[in-house]
Design a protein. Sequence first.
Length: 131
Amino acid sequence: MPEFFIQAASIIVAVVSVVIAVFQILLFLGLPLADYSWGGKYQGVLPMKMRIMSLPAALLLLFFGFIFLMHTKVITVGFDFPTNIFVWTITIFMGLNTLGNIASKSKKEKMVMAPLSGITFLACLLVLLFQ
């Protein structure tokens, strides 16, 4: 597969990861978006404990995007960073995350987060299989 398509897939991973990270930050800040997360367990504003968990989730998502951009050489950091194990781990995580979103009791999570997660998983898989 041409390098352009692999890099485009990694950019998709990064962009969707940023979008979901922003969503996690909004949850952390107390916006009433809980219906779109955590399997529909909460409505409105997340409880403080769960809001606090949204901040590291946002940082992790940003890391995911960064790893894929480094792995496909969209960006370089000036030193060799081993990304293969991270790409495998992130791809597996996104596959499981997609299944979790699909199994959610929340219609909102199924309609919004499952497709975002699924697109990210497929883009991760493309990078993993063809890089």
